[in-house]
Design a protein around this ligand. Structure first.
Ligand code: AMP
Length: 282
C-alpha cells in the first residue's frame, strides 16, 4: 500500500495507471475507519483493478467547530485496516494541500436537495462536501466512486455533482453497515459515553418500527408517533424525523405508488449527532 501526501505526486501516479488502462475504485473518508468504511473498500476492490482511499477531515463541511476539533483521529489503525482490506493507494493530504489559498467552500447549485435535512440543519455543509469531493475526483480520476447510504443525502448530492461537472465517474451507493444491536456504524460513535452508547440503538429500532407502520399508516401519523417516542427520552434528543422520496428528498405528506420512500432521522446524544435512514419501499 502506497501513501501519498501531495496532490502532485498522486496525480503523477494516477496518470501512469490511466495510461495502463487500470480501473480505479475510490473511497473518500474522514478516517476513524470502521467496518462500514471497509465494506466500501471491499466492494471497490471487487469491481476495480486498484483501490484508492483518502483520509481527510474537511474543515469546510463542519458547521460546528467543536465537532471538527473533536473528530476522532486514528491514523495508524486506519492504515492497518486499509492495508488488510486490500487498498492499494491512500491519499492523506494536509488542509493546506487541499485549500491552497483560503479554507473556504465553493458554492454549488444542486437544484434544491442541498437545502433539505442535513442542509437545513448544517448550514453550508454540502458546499463543503462538494468542494472537497470535486477536488479529490479531479486528482484521483476514479472509474467508480463509492459512498455509503448512511449519508444518503450526500450520495444524492455527489451523484448530482458528477452530472454538473460532467465528470466521467460512476457513483455507487453502498448499504448501511450496522453494529449487532442495529446502531449504524459511524466514526462519531467513538465519542459516545457508555450510557449514550447503550441507548443509541433506539434510533434504528424507531426506524424499523416506522417502516412497519408505513405499510398501513399515513405519514403524518407515523411522524407524530416518532416524535412522541423521543419526547420522553432522557438521553436522546430528536432533531428531525421525516419521510421523503429518494429523488427530491423533500418531506412527503402523501404516499405515491410510483415513488421510493425513505425515513430519515437525526438525533443528539449529548453533543454527539447521530444520523440514520431506512428504505421504506423494500
Ligand atoms: P466518513 O468518513 O464519515 O466521511 O464516511 C466515508 C464514507 O463511508 C461515506 O461515503 C459514508 O457514507 C460511508 N459510511 C460511513 N458509515 C457507514 C456505514 N455505517 N455503512 C456504510 N457506509 C458508511
Amino acid at each position: 500500500m502506497i501513501l501519498f501526501y501531495k496532490k502532485s505526486e498522486l496525480t503523477y501516479h494516477i496518470h501512469d495507471l490511466k495510461k495502463r488502462d487500470k480501473s480505479i475504485g475510490f473511497v473518500p473518508t474522514m478516517g476513524a475507519l470502521h467496518q462500514g468504511h471497509l465494506s466500501l473498500v471491499e466492494q471497490a476492490r471487487n469491481e476495480n483493478d486498484l483501490v484508492v482511499a483518502s483520509i481527510f477531515v474537511n474543515p469546510t463541511q463542519f458547521d460546528n467547530q467543536e465537532d471538527l476539533l473533536k473528530y476522532p483521529k486514528t491514523l495508524e489503525s486506519d492504515l492497518n485496516l486499509l492495508k488488510e482490506s486490500g487498498c492499494h493507494l491512500v491519499f492523506i493530504p494536509a488542509v493546506e494541500e487541499m485549500y491552497t489559498e483560503q479554507v473556504a467552500a465553493k458554492h454549488f447549485d444542486f437544484g434544491g436537495i442541498e437545502f433539505e435535512m442535513e442542509g437545513k440543519f448544517r448550514t453550508g455543509h454540502f458546499d463543503g462536501v462538494a468542494t472537497i469531493v470535486n477536488e479529490l475526483f479531479k486528482i484521483v480520476r476514479p472509474t467508480i466512486a463509492y459512498f455509503g447510504e448512511k449519508d444518503f443525502q450526500q450520495l444524492q448530492i455527489i451523484t448530482k455533482l458528477v452530472e454538473l461537472e460532467e465528470l466521467p465517474i460512476i457513483i455507487k451507493g453502498c448499504p448501511i453497515f450496522r453494529e449487532k444491536d442495529g446502531l449504524a456504524m459511524s466514526s462519531r460513535n467513538l465519542r459516545l459515553t457508555d450510557e449514550q452508547r447503550k441507548v443509541a440503538p433506539f434510533v434504528y429500532s424507531i426506524l424499523t418500527k416506522a417502516k412497519e407502520k408505513f405499510k398501513t399508516q399515513n405519514i403524518e401519523k407515523i411522524t407524530e408517533w416518532v416524535e412522541n417516542q423521543f419526547n420522553n427520552h432522557s438521553l436522546l434528543d430528536l432533531e428531525y424525523f421525516l419521510i421523503a422520496d429518494e429523488n427530491s428528498l423533500k418531506p412527503s405528506i402523501h404516499k405515491e405508488i410510483s415513488k421510493n420512500y425513505r425515513a430519515f432521522i437525526a438525533v443528539y446524544a449529548g453533543k454527539i449527532r447521530l444520523i440514520d435512514n431506512i428504505n421504506l419501499s423494500l
